[in-house]
Design a protein around this ligand. Structure first.
Ligand code: CP
Length: 305
């Protein structure tokens, strides 16, 4: 396993064995994490796009392991506002920090940051491309809830075109012989390259616009937000917003142990009346960001023996 000082730009940066190993370390972190493991280490948190969960759970992970956090949460509060390039921003940050976490609206920005930095860079979301650490915590959550990642029937609903979360998740779950149902309006269906991957691996999938029909066989329903900020035309967003709403009407159609996931934030795609049901997994999912990111930071900073 090679984690030490590695850049995490895409979920493709992990083999199946590395994914499973990281989940194992995350379980150890959840049971007992040393409050001094990352003492003396500094994490730079460079967020050029809004975030609640990713930024705060990375910070919590670092601080609970005894490390320190520097950074900014908006581009406007950095010298980018004065015209500094992303390259120069990263070149400076690597002199202050041991690891750099970056979220940026442009696809490829994390890759650029990794080229600029001699310190490990973690992609915390680059445009519609990838959000690999979200996928790590999603895998952890599924494994905890279902006892396995193998052979599950997974429905992914919503914006599969612009959503970086489903993109990373599908790649990761393709290691585990899962069967997929992609539920989205035609215009927001999954880009061809992801279907090509599933075809190459001979994995089963189904594409549909209908929400209710496929629900009965699913182990996991992963709901995604329509990504307003990624639509080139605001009128196009208006056409698709609110197109799906998961509410109590689905209950007679789903298995007793089907779990509903969402990376959050949600807008209106999951009705809050589902929050108190045994199906809702999304708040636990967000909480799992802490042990999973603790595991990742400890591995990248070469602290797991
Ligand atoms: N899941 C997720 O990426 O949430 P934030 O945008 O709040 O970080």
């Amino acid at each position: 396993m090679k984690f030490s000082h590695k850049d995490i730009i895409s979920i493709n940066d992990f083999s199946k064995e590395e994914l499973l190993y990281l989940l194992q370390i995350a379980r150890r972190m959840e049971k007992k994490a040393s409050p001094t493991l990352l003492k003396g280490k500094v994490m730079a948190s460079l967020f050029f796009e809004p975030s609640t969960r990713t930024r705060l759970s990375f910070a919590t992970a670092m601080e609970r392991l005894g490390g320190e956090v520097i950074g900014f949460s908006t581009a406007d509060s950095s010298s980018i506002k004065k015209g500094e390039t992303l390259w120069d921003t990263v070149k400076m940050t690597e002199r202050y920090a041991d690891v750099i976490i970056i979220r940026h609206p442009l696809e490829g920005s994390a890759r650029l940051a990794a080229e600029a930095s001699s310190k490990p860079v973690v992609n915390a979301g680059d445009g519609a491309n990838q959000h690999p650490t979200q996928t790590l915590l999603d895998l952890y959550t599924i494994q905890k809830a279902k006892g396995t990642l193998e052979g599950l029937k997974v429905g992914i609903l919503g914006d599969l075109k612009y959503g970086r979360v489903p993109h990373s998740l599908i790649i990761a779950l393709s290691h585990f012989n899962c069967e997929f149902t992609f539920i989205a309006p035609d215009a927001l269906q999954l880009p061809r390259s992801y279907l090509d991957l599933l075809n190459r691996k001979r994995l089963k999938y189904r594409i549909t616009q209908q929400m209710m029909d496929p629900l009965s066989g699913l182990d996991i329903l992963y709901v995604t937000r329509i990504q307003k900020e990624r639509f080139p035309d605001p009128l196009e967003y208006e056409r698709y917003k609110g197109v799906y709403r998961v509410d109590r009407k689905i209950l007679p159609h789903i298995k007793k142990d089907m779990r509903i996931m969402h990376a959050l934030p949600r807008v209106d795609e999951i009705d809050p009346s589902l929050d108190s049901t045994e199906h809702a997994l999304y708040f636990e999912q967000a909480a799992n960001g802490v042990p999973v990111r603790q595991a990742l930071l400890a591995l990248l900073l070469d602290k797991m023996k």
